[in-house]
Design a protein around this ligand. Structure first.
Ligand code: PEP
Ligand code: MG
Length: 564
């Protein structure tokens, strides 16, 4: 037996035979072309057309989140800027294959520098380039085969296109050496309900050494066992049984509101980025929406959405939640979420630049149109609409936003706290706001000066970092003093154990991703408020994320019973 530890990306446990996906792509050399530039360009253009139409085809076969990702990937493959860059290299004497490799490298660098969501596209560009290289060399791209029996899929990384034809029932688990918890592999695995572990260092070497042997996975903790022994198999079976029982219990759960074991009501909302998420939120029994990320509705739009267009979009989503709360966030544009209809200019450090509320104040008309659209949608539906602004830094910004909301008849307005300065202004901000919502994803990255998308700095962005929990504690206590509800809508609220700690430090509501909402709700329902306070005190006094997590877990016996 030999074990490895990766990052949990989609919960579950399993064991069985594995398939190792190798990436045999013909790598071009810098040797100069013997053909004319026109011939090289023709070969390249033909290969690009074949690859982009294959990707578009895959997009049409896919559904949901995977389909959206694949449509974007097909667009990158046909991006004239990529082809033009490659043509320039061909004009300088390169072969089509070497030219597209160089052009892709440049694109990857540019995307990496932008960070965030755009950095996610780096692996897409790499995969598109691999597909074009195979096409140019006349070899077939290494696809995942159709498995005859359920199999664990092991790969260095998986591109969205690789996963188009996966039959979920035939995939026991996915393990990759690359990727992070927000990578496409993780998103797709979660949406298909396949257990997954990513960023598992040394995976490929180990898989090569254990070819033909079984592999075991406890994806909930990121453990991978090659040739597992009886102890590991029984731990895995134990975990599988707990998950089976939990899933059964989830189906029986009513959506009549959530309570701690000792009866304290805790609203649990869902994070929503598009209409389909809203539908899922309803189906998992969310109490409403705690974060509607409006910028995600307009990522592909070239011109600003009109007031009517926006009002229609918001109305559709609000209608899913009659008499329930929907917290809608004004556009959080900039940095990793650039919107094509806003000119951001060049910024050396976009994450510390004009983004969120800062962007929108420079384009006041956009903010006013959006608030008018929200107000109109609110008047058309029965949802209880609350509005908030992202990236508020100082109390004056909060006050300006709240005043503007009043102009548009928006009765409940608040702000996100996700910038460290706002933590130190929490007393004033919670005094003037109707509510605040903590964005732990950004607050974690800014507190630790560590890009939230960086795999190398992932440990700083672990939401169990005591500095982050202490900051949340300060905000929650300010909220309690000023009678201002304090929610958490960052990913920290989607971790069942951490969610109880957040409640223990004084947070009054949670907003989770729809995939883990039921687990969070079950953990809360099985835990007393006093246990949450003890877990919070234990976490607050630690100096590392690992200690905070393990000390808090000791106070939360329900987690082990639920297999979480
Ligand atoms: C956050 O920063 O935690 C948050 C919820 O906002 P986003 O992830 O959209 O930046
Ligand atoms: Mg944020």
């Amino acid at each position: 037996m030999s074990s490895l530890l990766g990052i949990p990306a989609s919960a579950g446990a399993t064991y069985g035979k594995f398939f190792l996906l190798t990436s045999d792509v013909p790598m071009p050399t810098p040797a100069k072309s013997t053909l004319t530039a026109a011939e090289e360009k023709k070969a390249l253009d033909e290969a690009v057309v074949i690859v982009s139409s294959d990707l578009a085809d895959r997009a049409s076969r896919a559904t949901g989140e995977l389909q959206e990702i694949l449509i974007a990937v097909a667009e990158i493959a046909g991006d004239p800027a990529l082809i033009e860059e490659a043509h320039t290299h061909i004009d300088n004497g390169d072969t089509a294959a070497y030219a597209i490799l160089k052009a892709s490298e440049l694109f990857k660098d540019l995307l990496e520098q932008s960070g965030g969501y755009l950095a996610e596209r780096v692996s897409d560009v790499g995969n598109i380039c691999d597909r074009i290289l195979c096409q140019l060399a006349g070899t077939s791209y290494p696809e995942i085969p159709q498995f005859k029996e359920p199999t664990v899929l092991i790969a260095r990384d998986l591109s969205p296109a690789d996963t188009t034809d996966l039959v979920p029932s035939q995939i026991l688990a996915i393990i990759t050496e690359a990727g992070g918890p927000t990578s496409h592999t993780a998103i797709i695995a979660r949406s298909l309900g396949i257990p997954a572990v990513v960023a598992c260092q040394g995976l490929i070497a180990k898989a090569l050494a254990y070819l033909g042997q079984p592999v075991g996975v406890i994806a909930t903790s990121g453990e991978v066992f090659f040739d597992p022994g009886p102890d590991e198999i029984s731990a895995i079976e134990n975990q599988i049984e707990k998950i089976r029982i939990r899933k059964l219990a989830q189906q029986q759960r009513s959506s009549a509101g959530y309570k701690t074991k000792d009866g304290r009501g805790i609203p649990i909302y869902a994070n929503v980025g598009r209409f389909a998420d809203g539908e899922k939120a309803v189906s998992v029994g969310a109490d409403g929406v705690g974060l509607l990320r409006t910028e995600l509705l307009y990522l592909d739009q070239k011109v600003p959405p009109t007031l009517e267009e926006q009002a229609d979009r918001y109305t559709q989503i609000f209608e899913l939640f009659p008499a329930q709360k929907v917290v809608i966030r004004t556009l959080d544009a900039g940095a990793d979420k650039p919107l094509a209809f806003i000119n951001f200019g060049h910024e050396p450090n976009p994450a510390l630049g004009v983004r969120g509320y800062r962007t929108i104040t420079l384009h006041e008309e956009l903010l006013r149109t959006q608030l008018a659209a929200i107000s109109l949608a609110q008047s058309r539906t029965k949802a209880e609409v609350w509005v908030m602004a992202p990236m508020i830094t100082v109390p004056q910004e909060a006050q300006d936003f709240l005043d503007l909301c009043r102009e548009y008849n928006l009765a409940k307005s608040g702000v996100m706290i996700e910038v460290p300065a706002a933590v130190f202004h929490a007393e004033e901000i919670t005094r003037i706001s109707d509510f605040v919502s903590i964005g732990t994803n950004d607050l974690g990255q800014y507190l630790h000066a560590a890009d939230r998308e960086s795999a190398a700095l992932a440990h700083f962005n672990n939401p169990w970092q005591p500095a982050l929990i202490r900051a949340i504690h300060q905000i929650a206590q300010a909220g309690l003093r000023n009678n201002c509800p304090v929610g958490v809508c960052g990913e920290a609220a989607s971790d069942a154990a951490l969610a109880t700690v957040l409640l223990g430090v004084g947070v009054t509501s949670l907003s989770c991703n729809v995939a883990t909402l039921s687990d969070v709700a079950m953990t809360i329902g099985a835990t007393n408020y006093e246990e949450m306070k003890s877990a919070a005190a234990a976490a607050l006094s630690q100096h590392s994320a690992t200690d905070a997590q393990s000390m808090a877990r000791k106070c939360l016996p329900a987690l082990t019973e639920l297999g979480l």
